[in-house]
Design a protein around this ligand. Structure first.
Ligand SMILES: C[S@@+](CC[C@H](N)C(=O)[O-])C[C@H]1O[C@@H](n2cnc3c(N)ncnc32)[C@H](O)[C@@H]1O
Ligand SMILES: [Zn+2]
Length: 345
């Protein structure tokens, strides 16, 4: 029968629920720097056994994040300590990117030692020192100001730097930064890409299309049929000034506009559900491109359809059959604009 070992204790600690993860170990009283607080004990195992065991809790942890992932500790070149035993109170100490303790190996024993003075009630933590192998399986929730987002040895932190910056926006752009970007964009050439608004009923949709055209960098907006044109307050309401910076032209006859563009070499693309329509992101544009969007109810005029080289649509995955026209234009226009930019570099 295996021996039932008594749970380790220390006058310095008590176990409580942790804000970091599951249970944690807290300072029962003030602990001066350098004090050996509690020993990290467990089963002494070979490295081979250690590798085998490390897989088991890691897999459990992937299924249930409330279960601790790794309890194994290096003792020396041949042996490790598996601290995943109920009598090892120190196994409950959580990791932090700004720890107040460290694990110190001395004469074949591992001691959790205070790195600095620790106040009564503070949670004890140390850096688990995991390597880079599978750091993404170990997200860190230590809450420290300098938290790098993963349980990871400090020596590897510089390699995370890029990812950390990309994932954690800490502020919005300042007004000055936005103005600088506007100035830079104003000097860039527009894309060889125009849109034809064919009989749009809503002036709000017209304004919204202007704003998207500006954002994507379109060369021109053509307004045809019943489509309203600036200046009109309802257009300005959604365009918010974009109607003053994007060049535009009104012509009643949509067919003559499209024929003219075709003569100039524009590839004519319908944003419309037709039996031949392809998913918009499969479309590889050939500059210059003319995208046509149609009336909110009736879609693109029948007379324009035969002039088209291509038709794209946006797959619907819900109850409704279509998107709002200006939303659909935004999706398709950004795709085409991005592809044209990719192709021009
Ligand atoms: C040795 S246990 C620590 C005790 C654990 N709180 C418990 O209740 O079992 C180690 C595991 O706790 C979790 N853990 C410890 N520190 C963490 C932290 N800073 N962020 C997220 N999880 C942490 C991880 O699942 C880790 O694999
Ligand atoms: Zn952290």
């Amino acid at each position: 029968m295996s021996k039932v070992l008594k749970r380790t204790t220390s006058p310095y600690v008590r176990v409580e629920d942790s804000g970091i993860h599951g249970m944690g170990v807290f300072a029962r009283k003030r602990i001066p720097a350098g004090v050996e607080i509690i020993e990290y004990v467990g089963e002494k195992i070979t490295k081979a056994e250690s590798e085998r065991r490390a897989e088991i809790p890691l897999n459990q942890h992937k299924k249930d994040r409330t279960k601790g992932a790794v309890y194994i500790f290096t003792l020396n070149a041949r042996y490790d300590i598996d601290g995943n035993v109920p009598y090892n109170t120190a196994r409950l100490i959580n990791h932090s990117c700004s720890p107040n303790c460290e694990a110190v190996l001395s004469s074949g024993h591992i001691w959790i030692t205070a790195l600095r003075d620790i106040q009564q009630g503070e949670e004890l933590t140390y850096n688990y020192g995991y390597d880079l192998d599978s750091y993404e399986d170990h997200p860190c929730r230590c809450g420290a100001e300098n938290c790098v987002g993963y349980i990871l040895a400090e020596e590897h932190w510089p390699k995370l730097h890029f990812k950390k910056k990309a994932r954690r926006p800490r502020r919005k752009l300042t007004h000055e930064e936005i103005v600088k970007r506007q100035e830079k964009n104003a000097s860039l050439p527009r894309l060889p890409f125009v849109v034809v608004l064919d009989n749009l009923r809503s002036l709000h949709n017209v304004g919204s299309a202007f704003r998207t055209a500006d954002g994507v960098g379109l060369e021109k907006v053509w307004l045809c049929g019943i489509t309203g044109f600036p200046p009109q307050s309802q257009i300005s309401k959604t365009a918010i000034g974009a109607e003053q910076v994007v060049s535009w032209e009104y012509e009643e006859d949509v067919v003559s506009v499209v024929k003219g563009l075709k003569r100039q070499g524009y590839q004519i693309v319908l944003l419309e559900q037709t039996p031949q329509s392809r998913d918009y992101h499969e479309y590889e544009p050939h500059a210059p491109v003319c995208l046509i969007i149609g009336n909110e109810v009736d879609g693109i005029s029948e007379s324009v359809v035969p002039l088209a080289d291509y038709a794209v649509d946006i797959k619907m995955h819900g109850m409704k059959n279509s998107l709002n026209v200006s939303v659909a234009f935004g999706i398709a226009a950004y795709h085409i604009g991005n592809r044209l930019r990719d192709l021009s570099v």
